[in-house]
Design a protein around this ligand. Structure first.
Ligand code: SF4
Length: 323
C-alpha cells in the first residue's frame, strides 16, 4: 500500500473543545496518520475515542486546535471558510452515521443529492437533474424517487441517498463515519457492498469509521485503533485483527461479537472492562493505564510514542511493552 502516492497526511492533529474555567475536552490529541491513494483505512475504537472527531477535523467540519492536514501536498486551512468548503467538497466528502438526521426532511431527494452541484458548479437545473437520476440508479434507487422526501424511505435507502449526495461531485477522499451502525443487520452488508463497488469504480480513498472490527477487517487495507483521542496501533487490517499488539486492541478484539459460538467460547477472559475515562482531565502517562492488565510503574508517568514494531515498519504500536 505504501507504494501508492500519499493522498492525505495528518500531522500532530489536535482538537480541544473549550469548557468554562479553562478546562477543555481532549477530543483529539497529537494524531498523525498518512493515507495513500485508493487505500481504505478502517478506524476503530470505543465511543468517545475520537474517531468521528478525527474524520470531521480532517474534512474541515471542525477547526484544528493545532497540527495540520496536507492533501496532495497542499496544506488545508486551520479553519474553513464557506469558500473552502465549496472548493474542497469536490475532493473530500463525508458520509454520516445517521441517515435519519443527516438528510433535511424539508428537501426532496433530488434537492438533497443535487445540492452540492447547485451551489458548487454552473450546471443547469436540467443537467443537475440528469446527474441526480444517474446517481439514484448507481446507488440502487430509481430516478422517480427524486421528487420524494426522506421520510418516505427506509434506513438503508436513506443511507443510499446519503452516499449519492456525498459522491455526486466526484470526490477522491471520503470519510465514512459509521455508515452502517444505524442500519438493520440485514441491510448493513448491502450498504458495505455498495460502498466497496463505488470505491472500486471511482478509485476512492476511504477513512472507514466503525465499531464492528470484523467488518473493518473485511473492508479495510489498514486498521487504525484509537483510544481517548490518540492512535494506539495501526497496521495491515488482517495483521492487526489476528495479531493485535497493543493491550487495548487485544481487549477490543476480544470484546468484538464472535459469530461462531465455538470461537466465542474459546476466546478467553481478555475482553475489555470498565469505561473509557473522561477526556477532560487526562492523566499523565499512558491513557490506557487505568484499564490495562499489563500496567507497569513507568506507564503512569511516561506517554508511550507510536513506534514501528521491531522488523515490521508497517506496524505501529504505542505501548511500553514494545520499546
Ligand atoms: Fe498497558 Fe503500559 Fe502498554 Fe499502556 S504502556 S498499554 S499501560 S503496558
Amino acid at each position: 500500500m505504501s507504494a501508492r502516492p500519499v493522498l492525505l497526511k495528518a500531522d500532530r492533529l489536535t482538537k480541544f473543545f473549550p469548557l468554562p474555567r479553562g478546562r477543555r475536552i481532549h477530543a483529539l490529541d497529537d494524531v498523525s496518520l498518512t493515507i495513500h491513494e485508493r487505500e481504505i483505512v478502517g478506524l476503530v475504537g470505543e465511543s468517545g475515542s475520537g474517531k468521528s472527531t478525527l474524520g470531521k477535523t480532517i474534512v474541515g467540519l471542525h477547526d484544528k486546535t493545532s497540527g495540520s492536514v496536507d492533501y496532495r501536498g497542499e496544506r488545508l486551512p486551520k479553519a474553513y471558510r464557506p469558500a473552502d468548503f465549496r472548493r474542497h467538497a469536490k475532493t473530500m466528502q463525508m458520509i454520516f452515521q445517521d441517515p435519519y438526521s443527516s438528510l433535511n426532511p424539508r428537501m426532496t431527494v433530488g434537492e438533497i443529492i443535487g445540492e452540492g452541484l447547485a451551489v458548487g458548479t454552473s450546471l443547469s437545473r436540467t443537467e443537475i437533474e440528469a446527474r441526480v437520476a444517474d446517481w439514484l440508479g448507481r446507488v440502487g434507487l430509481e430516478p422517480g424517487h427524486m421528487s420524494r422526501y426522506p421520510h418516505e424511505f427506509s434506513g438503508g435507502q436513506r443511507q443510499r441517498i446519503g452516499i449519492a449526495r456525498a459522491l455526486i461531485q466526484g470526490p477522491e477522499f471520503v470519510v465514512c463515519d459509521e455508515p452502517i451502525s444505524a442500519l438493520d443487520v440485514s441491510v448493513q452488508a448491502q450498504v458495505v457492498n455498495l460502498l466497496q463497488e463505488l470505491q472500486d469504480a471511482m478509485g476512492l480513498t476511504l477513512l472507514f469509521i466503525a465499531h464492528d472490527l470484523s467488518m473493518v477487517r473485511y473492508v479495510s487495507d489498514r486498521m487504525a485503533v484509537m483510544y481517548l483521542g490518540g492512535l494506539v496501533e495501526i497496521g495491515p487490517a488482517t495483521e492487526v485483527f489476528f495479531h493485535p499488539q497493543h493491550p487495548y486492541t487485544q481487549a477490543l478484539i476480544a470484546s468484538n461479537p464472535e459469530p461462531d459460538p465455538e470461537r466465542e467460547r474459546r476466546r478467553g477472559p481478555t475482553a475489555i472492562s470498565g469505561e473509557i475515562p473522561s477526556p477532560i482531565d487526562i492523566p499523565p502517562g499512558c491513557r490506557f493505564a487505568g484499564r490495562c492488565p499489563h500496567v507497569m510503574p513507568r506507564c503512569r508517568s511516561e506517554t508511550p510514542a507510536l513506534r514501528p514494531l521491531s522488523g515490521q515498519p508497517a506496524r505501529l504500536v504505542a505501548c511500553h511493552l514494545h520499546p
